[in-house]
Design a protein around this ligand. Sequence first.
Ligand SMILES: Nc1ncnc2c1ncn2[C@@H]1O[C@H](COP(=O)(O)OP(=O)(O)OP(=O)(O)O)[C@@H](O)[C@H]1O
Ligand SMILES: [Mg+2]
Length: 89
Amino acid sequence: MIKTNNGVDFASKVLLRFSDNPSDTWSIDDAVKGTSIMGGTGSGKTTASGKRLAQTFLKEGWGGLILCAKTDEAQLWRTTARKQVGKMT
Ligand SMILES: Nc1ncnc2c1ncn2[C@@H]1O[C@H](COP(=O)(O)OP(=O)(O)OP(=O)(O)O)[C@@H](O)[C@H]1O
Ligand SMILES: [Mg+2]
């Protein structure tokens, strides 16, 4: 188990809360084990859920690699990354 400076288990750190329910969270442990986003075509998997997860990674100081099948989505990710990093500097 890896502990942070304040003695908290690193993997259990909560990155996102999805509701007021205390157990409805997304932790570092969840993030590194894999996350699947499911939904119909055009339901917001990329521009809502995916974008929020990517912003959260950047806030934590993490990097990442995004592979896009849709060519116009590369610009979405560049803009998202630039804006998020801009907020942090
Ligand atoms: N909750 C929402 N309200 C309004 N518009 C939305 C919402 N969710 C997504 N959209 C819009 O719908 C369009 C498609 O969204 P997005 O590309 O994120 O869907 P997707 O689930 O990733 O689709 P695909 O399965 O094709 O990858 C985008 O233009 C997005 O702005
Ligand atoms: Mg998509």
